[in-house]
Design a protein around this ligand. Structure first.
Ligand SMILES: Cc1ncc(C[n+]2csc(CCOP(=O)(O)OP(=O)(O)O)c2C)c(N)n1
Length: 534
Protein backbone atom coordinates (compact mmCIF):
# COMPACT_ATOMS: atom_id res chain seq x y z
CA UNK A 1 0.00 0.00 0.00
CA UNK A 2 1.01 3.62 -0.55
CA UNK A 3 0.74 6.09 2.31
CA UNK A 4 0.22 9.84 2.06
CA UNK A 5 3.88 10.12 2.95
CA UNK A 6 5.01 7.73 0.19
CA UNK A 7 2.97 9.62 -2.40
CA UNK A 8 4.19 13.02 -1.20
CA UNK A 9 7.85 12.00 -1.37
CA UNK A 10 7.29 10.50 -4.80
CA UNK A 11 5.79 13.83 -5.88
CA UNK A 12 8.77 15.77 -4.46
CA UNK A 13 11.15 13.39 -6.23
CA UNK A 14 9.41 13.92 -9.58
CA UNK A 15 9.95 17.66 -9.23
CA UNK A 16 13.59 17.32 -8.16
CA UNK A 17 12.73 18.57 -4.68
CA UNK A 18 15.06 16.25 -2.78
CA UNK A 19 16.48 19.02 -0.57
CA UNK A 20 14.19 20.12 2.26
CA UNK A 21 14.99 23.24 4.28
CA UNK A 22 13.32 23.50 7.63
CA UNK A 23 13.15 23.68 11.36
CA UNK A 24 11.25 20.77 12.83
CA UNK A 25 8.81 20.40 15.69
CA UNK A 26 6.67 17.56 16.98
CA UNK A 27 4.02 18.31 14.34
CA UNK A 28 6.52 17.81 11.48
CA UNK A 29 8.29 14.69 12.70
CA UNK A 30 5.75 12.24 11.18
CA UNK A 31 6.59 13.69 7.76
CA UNK A 32 10.35 13.70 8.21
CA UNK A 33 11.28 10.37 9.71
CA UNK A 34 12.78 8.29 8.32
CA UNK A 35 13.94 10.52 5.48
CA UNK A 36 14.32 8.54 2.22
CA UNK A 37 17.98 8.07 1.34
CA UNK A 38 17.85 10.22 -1.76
CA UNK A 39 16.63 13.25 0.27
CA UNK A 40 18.64 15.68 2.39
CA UNK A 41 17.35 17.90 5.15
CA UNK A 42 19.08 21.25 5.70
CA UNK A 43 18.46 22.42 9.23
CA UNK A 44 17.95 26.10 9.93
CA UNK A 45 17.69 27.14 13.56
CA UNK A 46 14.77 29.52 13.02
CA UNK A 47 12.00 29.49 10.41
CA UNK A 48 12.71 32.87 8.79
CA UNK A 49 16.20 31.56 8.13
CA UNK A 50 14.84 28.33 6.65
CA UNK A 51 12.64 30.30 4.24
CA UNK A 52 15.49 32.65 3.29
CA UNK A 53 17.77 29.70 2.53
CA UNK A 54 15.10 28.03 0.43
CA UNK A 55 14.49 31.34 -1.38
CA UNK A 56 18.18 31.63 -2.30
CA UNK A 57 18.31 27.98 -3.30
CA UNK A 58 15.23 28.26 -5.53
CA UNK A 59 16.43 31.42 -7.28
CA UNK A 60 19.98 30.20 -7.82
CA UNK A 61 18.96 26.72 -8.97
CA UNK A 62 16.12 28.02 -11.15
CA UNK A 63 13.82 25.35 -9.75
CA UNK A 64 11.28 24.95 -6.98
CA UNK A 65 12.51 24.50 -3.40
CA UNK A 66 10.70 23.04 -0.40
CA UNK A 67 10.71 24.60 3.05
CA UNK A 68 9.01 22.83 5.94
CA UNK A 69 7.99 24.95 8.94
CA UNK A 70 6.74 24.17 12.41
CA UNK A 71 3.00 24.74 12.95
CA UNK A 72 1.58 28.16 14.05
CA UNK A 73 4.61 29.72 15.80
CA UNK A 74 7.02 28.52 13.12
CA UNK A 75 4.81 29.68 10.28
CA UNK A 76 4.48 33.03 12.06
CA UNK A 77 8.27 33.29 12.27
CA UNK A 78 8.52 32.58 8.57
CA UNK A 79 5.98 35.11 7.28
CA UNK A 80 8.36 38.07 6.77
CA UNK A 81 10.66 35.84 4.73
CA UNK A 82 7.69 34.46 2.76
CA UNK A 83 6.84 38.07 1.86
CA UNK A 84 10.42 38.40 0.63
CA UNK A 85 10.20 35.21 -1.44
CA UNK A 86 7.03 36.54 -3.08
CA UNK A 87 8.79 39.78 -3.99
CA UNK A 88 11.82 37.83 -5.23
CA UNK A 89 9.62 35.57 -7.37
CA UNK A 90 11.16 32.51 -5.74
CA UNK A 91 9.21 29.31 -6.49
CA UNK A 92 8.73 27.82 -3.03
CA UNK A 93 6.62 25.05 -1.62
CA UNK A 94 6.01 26.05 1.98
CA UNK A 95 4.60 23.25 4.13
CA UNK A 96 3.77 23.43 7.82
CA UNK A 97 2.67 20.83 10.30
CA UNK A 98 -0.72 21.03 11.96
CA UNK A 99 -2.30 19.40 15.01
CA UNK A 100 -3.89 15.97 14.53
CA UNK A 101 -7.30 16.33 12.88
CA UNK A 102 -9.20 15.17 15.97
CA UNK A 103 -7.51 17.91 18.06
CA UNK A 104 -8.01 20.92 15.77
CA UNK A 105 -11.60 21.76 16.66
CA UNK A 106 -10.77 22.04 20.37
CA UNK A 107 -7.76 24.19 19.46
CA UNK A 108 -5.40 21.92 21.34
CA UNK A 109 -1.84 23.14 21.87
CA UNK A 110 0.02 23.70 18.59
CA UNK A 111 -3.16 23.99 16.54
CA UNK A 112 -2.43 26.28 13.61
CA UNK A 113 -5.62 28.35 13.80
CA UNK A 114 -6.81 29.53 10.41
CA UNK A 115 -3.47 28.32 9.09
CA UNK A 116 -4.19 29.34 5.52
CA UNK A 117 -4.84 32.93 6.55
CA UNK A 118 -1.46 33.38 8.26
CA UNK A 119 0.71 33.81 5.13
CA UNK A 120 -2.25 34.76 2.96
CA UNK A 121 -1.23 38.02 1.31
CA UNK A 122 2.16 36.61 0.35
CA UNK A 123 1.39 33.19 -1.10
CA UNK A 124 -0.08 32.40 -4.49
CA UNK A 125 -2.02 29.47 -3.07
CA UNK A 126 -2.83 28.39 0.47
CA UNK A 127 -4.68 25.23 1.43
CA UNK A 128 -5.41 22.81 4.23
CA UNK A 129 -6.85 19.67 2.62
CA UNK A 130 -10.26 18.57 3.97
CA UNK A 131 -9.20 14.91 4.01
CA UNK A 132 -5.88 13.19 4.58
CA UNK A 133 -6.13 11.46 1.21
CA UNK A 134 -6.15 14.88 -0.49
CA UNK A 135 -2.69 15.87 0.79
CA UNK A 136 -0.64 14.67 -2.23
CA UNK A 137 -3.07 16.36 -4.63
CA UNK A 138 -2.92 19.61 -2.64
CA UNK A 139 0.89 19.47 -2.63
CA UNK A 140 0.89 18.93 -6.41
CA UNK A 141 -1.37 21.95 -6.89
CA UNK A 142 0.87 24.08 -4.68
CA UNK A 143 3.91 23.07 -6.74
CA UNK A 144 2.16 24.08 -9.97
CA UNK A 145 1.07 27.41 -8.50
CA UNK A 146 4.56 28.12 -7.15
CA UNK A 147 6.29 27.47 -10.47
CA UNK A 148 3.85 28.97 -12.97
CA UNK A 149 4.77 32.57 -13.87
CA UNK A 150 5.11 34.73 -11.94
CA UNK A 151 6.79 32.24 -9.60
CA UNK A 152 6.27 32.58 -5.85
CA UNK A 153 5.55 30.77 -2.62
CA UNK A 154 2.56 28.41 -2.21
CA UNK A 155 1.47 26.99 1.12
CA UNK A 156 -0.02 23.71 2.38
CA UNK A 157 -0.92 23.02 6.02
CA UNK A 158 -0.81 19.30 6.84
CA UNK A 159 -2.31 17.69 9.95
CA UNK A 160 0.30 15.49 11.59
CA UNK A 161 -1.80 12.31 11.55
CA UNK A 162 -2.30 12.49 7.76
CA UNK A 163 1.09 11.10 6.78
CA UNK A 164 0.44 7.47 7.72
CA UNK A 165 -2.98 7.27 6.04
CA UNK A 166 -3.17 4.65 3.27
CA UNK A 167 -4.21 5.73 -0.23
CA UNK A 168 -6.01 4.07 -3.11
CA UNK A 169 -4.44 4.76 -6.56
CA UNK A 170 -7.43 6.93 -7.53
CA UNK A 171 -6.57 9.29 -4.67
CA UNK A 172 -3.12 10.20 -5.88
CA UNK A 173 -1.59 8.42 -8.89
CA UNK A 174 -2.76 10.66 -11.75
CA UNK A 175 -2.72 13.78 -9.55
CA UNK A 176 0.98 13.58 -8.72
CA UNK A 177 2.03 12.56 -12.25
CA UNK A 178 0.93 15.77 -13.95
CA UNK A 179 3.34 18.09 -15.71
CA UNK A 180 2.16 21.70 -15.85
CA UNK A 181 4.13 24.50 -17.49
CA UNK A 182 3.56 27.75 -19.30
CA UNK A 183 5.83 30.59 -20.34
CA UNK A 184 3.68 32.91 -22.40
CA UNK A 185 4.75 34.11 -25.85
CA UNK A 186 3.82 37.75 -26.54
CA UNK A 187 1.05 38.56 -29.01
CA UNK A 188 2.67 39.01 -32.46
CA UNK A 189 0.67 42.18 -33.18
CA UNK A 190 1.95 43.87 -30.01
CA UNK A 191 5.52 42.91 -30.84
CA UNK A 192 5.18 44.27 -34.37
CA UNK A 193 3.74 47.55 -33.03
CA UNK A 194 6.45 47.87 -30.37
CA UNK A 195 9.18 47.17 -32.93
CA UNK A 196 7.74 49.93 -35.11
CA UNK A 197 7.71 52.41 -32.22
CA UNK A 198 11.26 51.52 -31.27
CA UNK A 199 12.40 51.98 -34.89
CA UNK A 200 10.74 55.40 -35.00
CA UNK A 201 11.97 56.60 -31.60
CA UNK A 202 14.76 59.16 -31.61
CA UNK A 203 16.12 58.63 -28.09
CA UNK A 204 14.81 55.33 -26.73
CA UNK A 205 16.14 53.85 -23.48
CA UNK A 206 16.09 50.40 -21.90
CA UNK A 207 15.48 49.64 -18.21
CA UNK A 208 16.75 46.22 -17.14
CA UNK A 209 14.88 44.51 -14.31
CA UNK A 210 15.45 41.37 -12.26
CA UNK A 211 13.19 39.10 -14.30
CA UNK A 212 15.54 39.33 -17.29
CA UNK A 213 17.96 37.20 -15.29
CA UNK A 214 15.31 34.91 -13.82
CA UNK A 215 13.76 34.24 -17.24
CA UNK A 216 17.10 33.53 -18.92
CA UNK A 217 16.88 36.68 -21.02
CA UNK A 218 20.37 38.09 -20.34
CA UNK A 219 21.82 37.43 -23.81
CA UNK A 220 18.61 38.54 -25.51
CA UNK A 221 18.71 41.85 -23.60
CA UNK A 222 22.35 42.45 -24.56
CA UNK A 223 21.64 41.62 -28.22
CA UNK A 224 18.64 43.98 -28.37
CA UNK A 225 20.50 46.81 -26.63
CA UNK A 226 23.52 46.48 -28.90
CA UNK A 227 21.59 46.25 -32.16
CA UNK A 228 19.29 49.15 -31.25
CA UNK A 229 22.01 51.24 -29.54
CA UNK A 230 19.97 51.70 -26.39
CA UNK A 231 21.31 53.31 -23.23
CA UNK A 232 20.56 51.01 -20.29
CA UNK A 233 19.47 51.76 -16.76
CA UNK A 234 19.09 49.15 -14.05
CA UNK A 235 15.75 49.20 -12.22
CA UNK A 236 16.04 50.69 -8.70
CA UNK A 237 18.55 48.85 -6.51
CA UNK A 238 16.39 49.04 -3.40
CA UNK A 239 14.07 46.34 -4.72
CA UNK A 240 16.06 44.67 -7.48
CA UNK A 241 16.31 41.03 -6.50
CA UNK A 242 18.67 40.39 -9.41
CA UNK A 243 20.66 42.23 -12.05
CA UNK A 244 19.34 42.08 -15.62
CA UNK A 245 22.20 43.51 -17.66
CA UNK A 246 26.03 43.52 -17.48
CA UNK A 247 27.01 46.58 -15.46
CA UNK A 248 30.43 46.84 -17.11
CA UNK A 249 28.85 47.21 -20.57
CA UNK A 250 29.50 50.48 -22.43
CA UNK A 251 25.74 51.04 -22.84
CA UNK A 252 25.17 50.87 -19.07
CA UNK A 253 24.31 54.27 -17.57
CA UNK A 254 23.72 53.36 -13.92
CA UNK A 255 21.01 52.38 -11.49
CA UNK A 256 17.73 54.33 -11.47
CA UNK A 257 16.91 56.23 -8.28
CA UNK A 258 13.90 54.66 -6.56
CA UNK A 259 11.69 57.69 -5.79
CA UNK A 260 9.00 58.90 -8.21
CA UNK A 261 10.29 62.40 -8.97
CA UNK A 262 14.02 61.63 -9.36
CA UNK A 263 13.25 58.48 -11.37
CA UNK A 264 11.05 60.38 -13.83
CA UNK A 265 13.68 63.12 -14.14
CA UNK A 266 16.47 60.61 -14.79
CA UNK A 267 14.56 59.23 -17.77
CA UNK A 268 13.64 62.71 -19.11
CA UNK A 269 14.64 63.22 -22.72
CA UNK A 270 13.96 59.63 -23.74
CA UNK A 271 10.93 59.50 -26.00
CA UNK A 272 10.41 55.75 -25.49
CA UNK A 273 11.39 53.86 -22.34
CA UNK A 274 11.33 50.08 -22.64
CA UNK A 275 11.20 48.39 -19.22
CA UNK A 276 11.93 44.67 -19.14
CA UNK A 277 11.36 42.40 -16.16
CA UNK A 278 10.62 45.03 -13.52
CA UNK A 279 7.53 46.54 -12.00
CA UNK A 280 6.94 50.19 -12.92
CA UNK A 281 8.50 50.85 -10.48
CA UNK A 282 9.35 49.70 -6.95
CA UNK A 283 9.10 53.34 -5.84
CA UNK A 284 10.52 54.44 -2.47
CA UNK A 285 10.71 56.78 -0.58
CA UNK A 286 7.89 59.23 -1.20
CA UNK A 287 9.47 62.02 -3.23
CA UNK A 288 6.61 63.09 -5.49
CA UNK A 289 6.98 64.27 -9.05
CA UNK A 290 6.00 63.24 -12.54
CA UNK A 291 6.13 59.50 -13.18
CA UNK A 292 7.55 60.36 -16.58
CA UNK A 293 8.68 63.66 -18.06
CA UNK A 294 6.54 65.23 -20.80
CA UNK A 295 7.39 63.63 -24.11
CA UNK A 296 8.37 60.26 -22.63
CA UNK A 297 6.33 57.12 -23.26
CA UNK A 298 6.87 53.81 -21.53
CA UNK A 299 6.23 50.15 -22.41
CA UNK A 300 6.85 47.45 -19.81
CA UNK A 301 7.39 43.75 -20.47
CA UNK A 302 6.39 41.59 -17.51
CA UNK A 303 5.22 38.03 -16.92
CA UNK A 304 3.07 39.27 -14.03
CA UNK A 305 -0.50 40.43 -14.76
CA UNK A 306 -0.64 42.16 -11.36
CA UNK A 307 2.52 44.12 -12.09
CA UNK A 308 1.07 45.14 -15.47
CA UNK A 309 -2.25 46.21 -13.96
CA UNK A 310 -0.94 48.30 -11.08
CA UNK A 311 1.66 50.39 -12.90
CA UNK A 312 0.70 54.07 -12.62
CA UNK A 313 1.96 54.96 -16.08
CA UNK A 314 2.70 53.44 -19.48
CA UNK A 315 1.63 50.38 -21.37
CA UNK A 316 2.45 46.75 -20.68
CA UNK A 317 2.93 43.48 -22.51
CA UNK A 318 2.24 40.46 -20.31
CA UNK A 319 4.44 37.58 -21.45
CA UNK A 320 7.66 35.80 -20.61
CA UNK A 321 10.46 38.39 -20.55
CA UNK A 322 13.14 36.33 -22.34
CA UNK A 323 10.75 35.13 -25.05
CA UNK A 324 9.50 38.68 -25.58
CA UNK A 325 12.98 40.18 -25.86
CA UNK A 326 13.87 37.51 -28.42
CA UNK A 327 10.67 38.13 -30.38
CA UNK A 328 11.35 41.86 -30.35
CA UNK A 329 14.94 41.37 -31.55
CA UNK A 330 13.64 39.15 -34.38
CA UNK A 331 11.07 41.78 -35.38
CA UNK A 332 13.83 44.41 -35.43
CA UNK A 333 16.01 42.53 -37.86
CA UNK A 334 17.83 45.71 -38.93
CA UNK A 335 20.34 47.21 -36.47
CA UNK A 336 19.80 50.89 -35.70
CA UNK A 337 23.16 51.95 -37.12
CA UNK A 338 22.03 55.50 -37.75
CA UNK A 339 21.32 56.06 -34.05
CA UNK A 340 24.06 57.58 -31.91
CA UNK A 341 25.73 55.18 -29.52
CA UNK A 342 24.80 55.64 -25.86
CA UNK A 343 26.99 58.16 -24.03
CA UNK A 344 29.65 57.00 -21.58
CA UNK A 345 28.39 56.55 -18.07
CA UNK A 346 28.79 59.49 -15.69
CA UNK A 347 31.18 58.18 -13.04
CA UNK A 348 30.57 59.06 -9.41
CA UNK A 349 33.60 60.36 -7.58
CA UNK A 350 34.40 58.39 -4.43
CA UNK A 351 33.93 60.48 -1.28
CA UNK A 352 37.24 61.81 0.06
CA UNK A 353 38.67 59.28 2.50
CA UNK A 354 39.06 60.02 6.20
CA UNK A 355 40.81 58.10 8.90
CA UNK A 356 38.40 55.17 8.57
CA UNK A 357 37.62 53.07 5.52
CA UNK A 358 34.34 53.83 3.74
CA UNK A 359 31.95 51.28 2.27
CA UNK A 360 33.26 52.36 -1.15
CA UNK A 361 36.84 51.59 -0.08
CA UNK A 362 35.77 48.14 1.07
CA UNK A 363 33.93 47.38 -2.16
CA UNK A 364 36.89 48.66 -4.21
CA UNK A 365 39.05 46.09 -2.41
CA UNK A 366 36.42 43.41 -2.90
CA UNK A 367 36.24 44.27 -6.62
CA UNK A 368 40.01 43.70 -6.97
CA UNK A 369 39.71 40.21 -5.55
CA UNK A 370 36.24 39.16 -6.65
CA UNK A 371 36.37 35.83 -8.55
CA UNK A 372 35.33 36.01 -12.22
CA UNK A 373 32.44 33.64 -11.68
CA UNK A 374 31.64 34.90 -8.17
CA UNK A 375 28.12 35.51 -6.90
CA UNK A 376 27.22 38.37 -4.57
CA UNK A 377 24.39 38.22 -2.07
CA UNK A 378 23.98 41.74 -0.73
CA UNK A 379 22.41 43.21 2.41
CA UNK A 380 24.46 46.19 3.47
CA UNK A 381 21.94 49.03 3.15
CA UNK A 382 24.17 52.10 3.34
CA UNK A 383 26.67 50.70 0.82
CA UNK A 384 24.34 49.06 -1.73
CA UNK A 385 25.04 51.79 -4.29
CA UNK A 386 28.79 51.65 -3.64
CA UNK A 387 28.86 47.90 -4.23
CA UNK A 388 26.97 48.23 -7.50
CA UNK A 389 29.30 51.04 -8.59
CA UNK A 390 32.46 49.23 -7.69
CA UNK A 391 31.73 45.62 -8.57
CA UNK A 392 30.08 46.11 -11.99
CA UNK A 393 28.59 42.64 -12.04
CA UNK A 394 28.72 41.37 -15.58
CA UNK A 395 27.46 37.77 -15.64
CA UNK A 396 23.97 36.36 -15.24
CA UNK A 397 22.95 34.69 -11.98
CA UNK A 398 25.59 36.63 -10.06
CA UNK A 399 23.64 38.94 -7.73
CA UNK A 400 20.83 38.39 -5.21
CA UNK A 401 19.13 41.04 -3.05
CA UNK A 402 15.88 41.16 -1.10
CA UNK A 403 13.18 42.74 -3.25
CA UNK A 404 10.72 42.75 -0.36
CA UNK A 405 12.60 45.27 1.77
CA UNK A 406 12.94 42.93 4.76
CA UNK A 407 16.29 42.29 6.38
CA UNK A 408 17.35 38.70 7.08
CA UNK A 409 17.27 37.55 3.47
CA UNK A 410 20.95 38.13 2.70
CA UNK A 411 22.69 35.94 5.26
CA UNK A 412 20.13 33.13 4.97
CA UNK A 413 19.85 33.22 1.19
CA UNK A 414 23.62 33.14 0.70
CA UNK A 415 23.72 29.66 2.23
CA UNK A 416 20.96 28.48 -0.12
CA UNK A 417 22.61 30.11 -3.15
CA UNK A 418 25.93 28.43 -2.37
CA UNK A 419 24.22 25.03 -1.93
CA UNK A 420 22.55 25.49 -5.32
CA UNK A 421 25.77 26.67 -7.02
CA UNK A 422 28.56 24.65 -5.40
CA UNK A 423 31.00 25.32 -8.28
CA UNK A 424 30.81 29.12 -7.91
CA UNK A 425 32.07 31.25 -5.02
CA UNK A 426 29.34 33.08 -3.08
CA UNK A 427 30.35 36.27 -1.28
CA UNK A 428 27.73 37.54 1.15
CA UNK A 429 28.08 41.25 1.96
CA UNK A 430 26.26 42.31 5.12
CA UNK A 431 25.82 45.27 7.43
CA UNK A 432 26.38 44.33 11.06
CA UNK A 433 22.76 45.27 11.80
CA UNK A 434 21.37 43.22 8.90
CA UNK A 435 23.33 40.14 9.96
CA UNK A 436 21.35 39.93 13.20
CA UNK A 437 18.05 39.08 11.45
CA UNK A 438 19.33 35.69 10.27
CA UNK A 439 22.32 35.28 12.56
CA UNK A 440 21.80 31.55 13.09
CA UNK A 441 22.48 30.89 9.41
CA UNK A 442 26.16 30.97 10.41
CA UNK A 443 25.50 27.70 12.22
CA UNK A 444 24.04 26.06 9.09
CA UNK A 445 26.98 27.32 6.99
CA UNK A 446 29.41 25.77 9.46
CA UNK A 447 27.47 22.57 10.16
CA UNK A 448 26.99 21.73 6.46
CA UNK A 449 30.39 23.17 5.46
CA UNK A 450 28.81 25.60 2.99
CA UNK A 451 31.79 27.68 1.81
CA UNK A 452 30.20 31.16 1.68
CA UNK A 453 32.63 34.02 2.32
CA UNK A 454 30.94 36.60 4.53
CA UNK A 455 32.07 40.23 4.44
CA UNK A 456 30.53 42.28 7.24
CA UNK A 457 30.71 46.08 7.21
CA UNK A 458 30.60 47.35 10.78
CA UNK A 459 29.78 51.05 11.14
CA UNK A 460 28.34 51.04 14.66
CA UNK A 461 24.89 52.24 13.64
CA UNK A 462 21.83 51.86 11.45
CA UNK A 463 23.39 54.26 8.94
CA UNK A 464 20.63 54.10 6.39
CA UNK A 465 17.99 54.95 9.00
CA UNK A 466 19.93 58.06 10.00
CA UNK A 467 19.92 59.03 6.32
CA UNK A 468 16.16 58.39 6.16
CA UNK A 469 15.60 60.41 9.36
CA UNK A 470 17.25 63.41 7.70
CA UNK A 471 15.18 62.90 4.53
CA UNK A 472 11.95 62.60 6.53
CA UNK A 473 12.78 65.62 8.68
CA UNK A 474 12.79 63.49 11.84
CA UNK A 475 15.13 64.55 14.60
CA UNK A 476 16.34 62.62 17.62
CA UNK A 477 14.88 59.25 16.66
CA UNK A 478 15.92 56.80 19.35
CA UNK A 479 17.90 53.60 18.93
CA UNK A 480 19.79 54.18 15.71
CA UNK A 481 23.20 53.39 17.21
CA UNK A 482 24.55 49.85 17.46
CA UNK A 483 27.63 50.07 19.61
CA UNK A 484 29.91 47.07 19.98
CA UNK A 485 28.12 44.47 17.89
CA UNK A 486 30.78 41.91 17.10
CA UNK A 487 29.58 39.70 14.25
CA UNK A 488 33.03 38.11 13.91
CA UNK A 489 32.87 36.81 17.47
CA UNK A 490 29.27 35.64 17.06
CA UNK A 491 29.97 33.83 13.77
CA UNK A 492 33.02 32.19 15.34
CA UNK A 493 30.82 30.93 18.17
CA UNK A 494 28.62 29.24 15.55
CA UNK A 495 31.70 27.64 13.97
CA UNK A 496 32.61 30.03 11.13
CA UNK A 497 36.32 31.01 11.32
CA UNK A 498 36.30 34.81 11.43
CA UNK A 499 38.63 37.80 11.42
CA UNK A 500 38.07 41.42 12.35
CA UNK A 501 40.06 44.13 10.54
CA UNK A 502 40.09 47.92 10.28
CA UNK A 503 42.82 48.82 7.76
CA UNK A 504 42.84 48.45 4.00
CA UNK A 505 45.90 46.19 3.80
CA UNK A 506 44.51 43.97 6.57
CA UNK A 507 41.23 43.75 4.68
CA UNK A 508 43.02 42.88 1.46
CA UNK A 509 45.02 40.11 3.14
CA UNK A 510 42.04 38.77 5.08
CA UNK A 511 39.91 38.58 1.93
CA UNK A 512 42.63 36.81 -0.04
CA UNK A 513 43.00 34.33 2.78
CA UNK A 514 39.23 33.77 3.16
CA UNK A 515 38.77 33.23 -0.58
CA UNK A 516 41.59 30.67 -0.61
CA UNK A 517 40.07 28.52 2.15
CA UNK A 518 37.71 25.66 1.35
CA UNK A 519 35.03 26.25 4.00
CA UNK A 520 32.95 29.21 5.19
CA UNK A 521 34.93 32.24 6.36
CA UNK A 522 34.03 35.69 7.67
CA UNK A 523 35.82 39.01 7.49
CA UNK A 524 34.43 41.89 9.54
CA UNK A 525 35.70 45.33 8.62
CA UNK A 526 35.19 48.54 10.57
CA UNK A 527 33.95 51.36 8.34
CA UNK A 528 33.02 55.00 8.80
CA UNK A 529 29.33 55.63 9.49
CA UNK A 530 27.13 57.18 6.80
CA UNK A 531 25.91 56.44 3.28
CA UNK A 532 28.46 55.75 0.58
CA UNK A 533 27.48 55.92 -3.07
CA UNK A 534 30.82 55.15 -4.67
C1 LIG B 1 12.82 42.95 8.99
C2 LIG B 1 13.27 44.37 8.94
N1 LIG B 1 13.28 45.10 10.09
C3 LIG B 1 13.69 46.39 10.07
C4 LIG B 1 14.03 46.98 8.89
C5 LIG B 1 14.40 48.46 8.85
N2 LIG B 1 15.80 48.67 8.48
C6 LIG B 1 16.14 48.97 7.21
S1 LIG B 1 17.76 49.21 7.04
C7 LIG B 1 18.05 48.96 8.68
C8 LIG B 1 19.44 49.09 9.24
C9 LIG B 1 20.38 48.03 8.80
O1 LIG B 1 21.59 48.20 9.50
P1 LIG B 1 22.96 47.71 8.94
O2 LIG B 1 22.87 46.38 8.36
O3 LIG B 1 23.98 47.89 10.02
O4 LIG B 1 23.24 48.65 7.72
P2 LIG B 1 23.67 50.17 7.53
O5 LIG B 1 22.42 50.97 7.36
O6 LIG B 1 24.43 50.60 8.74
O7 LIG B 1 24.48 50.12 6.30
C10 LIG B 1 16.87 48.66 9.34
C11 LIG B 1 16.78 48.33 10.78
C12 LIG B 1 13.95 46.19 7.72
N3 LIG B 1 14.24 46.68 6.52
N4 LIG B 1 13.59 44.89 7.79
Amino acid sequence: MTSVRDAAFELFRRHGMTTIFGNPGSTELPMLGPLPEDFRYVLALQEAVAVGMADGYAQASGSIAHVNLHTAPGLGNGVGAILGARANRAPLLVTAGQQARSMITMHALLTNRDAVDVPKPYVKYGYEPPRAVDVPFALAQAIHHATLPPAGPAFVSIPMDDWAVELAPLDYASQIARDVGGRAQPEPARIAALAERLRAATRPAFVAGPDIDASGGWDAAVALVESQRLPVWASPATAGSRIGFPENHPAFQGVLPPAVGPLGETLAGHDLVLVAGSSVFPYYPNIPGDFLAAGSELVAITCDPDEAARAPVGEAIVADVALTLRALADALAEPADERERPPARVELEPAPGGAQLTGGDVHATLAELFPDDGIVVLESPSSTAALRNRLRISRPGSYYFSAGGGLGFGLAASVGVQLAQPARQVVCVLGEGSAQYAITAFWTAAAYDVPVKFLVLRNGEYSILKWFAALEGVSDAPALDLPALDVAATAASYGVPSRAVAERDQLHAALIDALAQPGPRLVQVDVAPGMTLA
